[in-house]
Write a new protein. Sequence first.
Length: 338
Amino acid sequence: LSQGLSVLVGLGLCMTMLGLGCAVELGQLGQQLRRPVGLLLALLGQFVAMPLLAFLLALIFALDEVAAVAVLLCGCCPGGNLSNLMSVLVDGDMNLSIIMTASSTLLALFLMPLCLWIYSRHWINTAVVQLLPLGAVSLTLGSTLLPIGLGVLIRYRHPRAADLLVKISLWSLLVTLVVLFILTGTMLGPDLLAQIPASVYAIAVLMPLAGYALGYGLATVFKMPPHCRRTVSLETGCQNVQLCTAILKLTFSPELIGSMYMFPLLYALFQSAEAGLFVLAYKMYGRDSYKQDTLGEEEDTDISYKKLKEEEVADTSYGTVTTEEHNSIQMEPTQTAL
């Protein structure tokens, strides 16, 4: 069961990264690089705000070294594909969402091991931190570049096939998480699951919620429009739990990591539930204001167009009056002569 779980984790991660690559268009990527706001937001959100948040929560709840490493690892992960799906549901900026996810995944190759090394210093004297395989983390991250590059190539050569693969990757994400949760629960057993401290469950609830709030605040600081704020919020709070699960499963022994292998799955559960509530609240209360804003923009455009047409009509009539006046002036001397 453990070997089968490892294969499932690896395949799920490859499929997710392939779908991410298929969602990236080279033209959009070039535009974002010329105006790298998405790249900057991904950097600040995923590798400044979230690792610091994970570190502070681990300290506040006084986690042991094993739980702290699991929380830190999840906090240092790049953005996940769930945010792309949720951005569509809240009328967000899809291009910004995809670019943030892709750029944070590429930046993770260098910044994720660095963040882990910095924030794990507090627990440096423990065995799990001394055995923290930063090289294996980098190797796992590097292995994700191949399916991403393949996906970009498929998007460039076969756009229709890329659209299909994006949909398949999103469904495989949901199916993989459900299967992982069931198989892990079966392998660990209910007794071991009950040993997960209540503080870990509390962090799994609070961490994505705080990430969404930090992302929205970050976008507000940059004075972005509302639909971009929603996008950045989801991008910051949604982590690549498949990558976190793969690193925990492939780099740590079960005896060392124990029940903390469940933390990224718990995080995935609560980040999905909270994002779903976010979408529901938007559909109930925010959608009307979004439509009014869009309608207002259209009305402004119509008013400007009408005003322009009126000015054109006024200009035409003014020219006519001038012509008539000119003719009357020419006729006056003739009447005087008679």
